[in-house]
Design a protein around this ligand. Structure first.
Ligand code: SF4
Ligand code: SF4
Ligand code: SF4
Length: 385
C-alpha cells in the first residue's frame, strides 16, 4: 500500500474510533451487502473499535444470488453478521400492484433491504430509526457519491448515517482489502462488476448475461411483467417520446424502462370527493375491496362509513385526502412503520401491516413514506364532484 493511501486509512480508522464513542449506545450497525465497499467499512470499523465486534446487518431477499449467502458464511469468524429478510419479495410486491423499478426513487432498497432492517430496529426496542446509527459503504466509486456527506441522515429510512469511505476510489478499496485486511472478495466479482441482484434494473451486460444463464425463469418473469405493463396495456403508445424509444428492444433489452416517468394515463379514479357543509367531507370509493378502515385509525372518532362512502367531519381536508389516498393505494407493505414503531408493525404470518395502540398524534398523516402512493403502477386518485 502506498504512503498516502496508508495515511488515509489510518485517518479513517481514527475517525471511526471517535464516531463509535458517540454512537455506541444507539444500536450502531454496518449495512453489509457482501460487496467490497461494505466489506471495507466493516474491516475499518473492526480495526478501530477492537475488541468490540459491531453488528453487520445483511438483508437477504429472493433476488439476491445464493452465492452471497455462501460467501457470508465464510466471513462469520471475522464479523458479527446478522441476517434480516424483507417483509415481501419483488414478485409479491408486483402482484400487489407496485410498478417496476426506475431510476426515479427506486423502491428496491427501502423495500427489499430496508424493511428487514426496520424490523430489527423495532426489536431493539427503540421508538424510531433516529435512535439508531448506520455505517454505510458509500464510496467515491459510486456515481451518486457527490450527493452524500460523511455524516448525514439517510432519508429513505430517516436514519443517522456515517459514510466513512466517501473519499476512497474503487482501486484503493481493493488494495486495502487485499494488502491490509487480506480478505477474499465475494466470488460474484468474477462474473460482474458489482454485487447486483438477479434482476437489478441498473443495466450491465455482464450482469444480464449471468442472470439469464443462471436464472432464466426469474428473468423471463421479470421482463415479462414489465412488457405487460408497458406494451400489453397499450401505455407505451400514449407517451409523447420519439417512436424509436417505444420499441421492446429499447425498453426491455437495453433497459430503457429505467427512464420511465409516470404519465397521467397511469392514474385511475379511486374515489369521488363531495363537500358536506359545514365541516364534512364524503368520499365515494369506487371499489368496495379498496376500503380498509384500519388506515383511518389516526382519526378514529371523526369518520363514519356508509356502504362505499367514508365521511369525515372536523378533519382538515389535506389530512382526509392523505388518509384516503393511502387507503386506496395501500400495498400492505409495512414500510410506513418507519414513521411509528409504537403503533405500526408488520405481521409476517398474515403478510400485512397492523395498526394497534394508535395515540392519534397525527405525525404519520402524510404521504412521505407511503410506498403504495409513490409506486403503485396504476395509481388510484381522488376527483371532486
Ligand atoms: S442490486 Fe439493484 S435491484 Fe438490487 S437492491 Fe441494489 S439497486 Fe436495487
Ligand atoms: S397517529 Fe401517531 S401514534 Fe397513530 S399511527 Fe400515526 S404516528 Fe403512530
Ligand atoms: S400505507 Fe403505504 S407504506 Fe404503509 S403499508 Fe400501505 S402502502 Fe405500505
Amino acid at each position: 500500500m502506498d504512503k498516502p493511501l496508508e495515511s488515509k486509512v489510518d485517518e479513517t480508522v481514527i475517525e471511526l474510533k471517535k464516531a463509535w464513542k458517540i454512537v455506541r449506545d444507539r444500536n450502531p450497525f454496518v449495512a453489509f451487502s457482501t460487496g467490497k465497499d461494505s466489506l471495507l467499512v466493516s474491516s475499518l470499523l473492526y480495526e478501530a473499535v477492537a475488541p468490540e465486534r459491531p453488528i453487520c446487518l445483511y438483508s437477504h431477499h429472493p433476488f439476491e444470488f445464493q452465492c452471497n449467502l455462501d460467501y457470508l458464511e465464510t466471513l462469520r469468524e471475522r464479523f458479527d453478521i446478522q441476517i434480516v429478510e424483507p417483509f415481501l419479495g419483488y414478485f409479491e410486491l408486483m402482484d400487489r400492484g407496485i410498478g417496476f423499478l426506475t431510476l426515479k426513487d427506486p423502491w428496491c432498497v427501502p423495500m427489499l433491504v430496508g424493511t428487514g432492517v426496520l424490523e430489527w430496529f423495532q426489536r431493539q426496542g427503540v421508538v424510531s430509526p433516529q435512535h439508531c446509527f448506520m455505517f454505510r459503504g458509500m464510496s467515491g466509486g459510486e456515481f451518486s457519491h457527490k450527493w452524500h456527506a460523511k455524516i448525514e441522515v439517510y432519508d429513505r429510512l430517516n436514519l443517522p448515517t456515517m459514510n466513512p469511505i466517501l473519499g476512497f476510489k474503487t482501486d484503493e478499496i481493493l488494495e486495502v482489502l487485499r494488502d491490509r485486511y487480506r480478505i477474499p472478495l465475494n466470488p460474484i466479482y468474477e462474473h460482474m462488476s458489482r454485487t447486483y441482484c438477479i434482476c437489478c434494473y441498473t443495466s450491465d451486460q455482464r450482469r444480464q448475461a449471468y442472470s439469464e444463464k443462471h436464472h432464466p425463469d426469474v428473468c423471463r418473469k421479470y421482463y415479462g411483467q414489465i412488457e405487460g405493463m408497458l406494451f400489453d396495456s397499450g401505455l407505451i403508445q400514449k407517451t409523447s417520446v420519439d417512436e424509436k424509444y417505444k420499441t421492446k428492444e429499447e425498453k426491455l433489452e437495453r433497459h430503457g424502462f429505467v427512464h420511465w416517468n409516470r404519465i397521467k394515463e397511469q392514474s385511475v379514479v379511486g374515489a369521488v370527493k363531495q363537500r358536506m357543509p359545514p365541516n364534512g367531507l364524503c368520499y365515494h370509493i369506487r371499489d368496495e375491496t379498496w376500503i380498509d378502515t384500519k388506515r383511518l385509525l389516526p382519526v378514529d372518532g371523526c369518520w363514519t362509513r356508509e356502504g362505499r362512502k367514508i365521511i369525515f367531519w372536523n378533519v382538515a381536508e389535506e389530512k382526509c385526502d392523505c388518509l384516503i389516498k393511502r387507503m386506496l393505494n395501500c400495498l400492505d407493505c409495512g414500510f410506513c412503520m418507519v414513521q411509528c414503531f409504537n403503533a405500526r408493525h408488520f405481521n409476517r404470518e398474515k403478510k400485512k401491516l397492523e395498526l394497534t395502540n394508535c395515540l392519534q398524534c397525527g405525525q404519520c398523516i402524510n404521504l412521505k413514506f407511503c410506498m403504495g402512493w409513490k409506486h403503485r403502477f396504476w395509481r388510484r386518485t381522488i376527483v371532486e364532484k
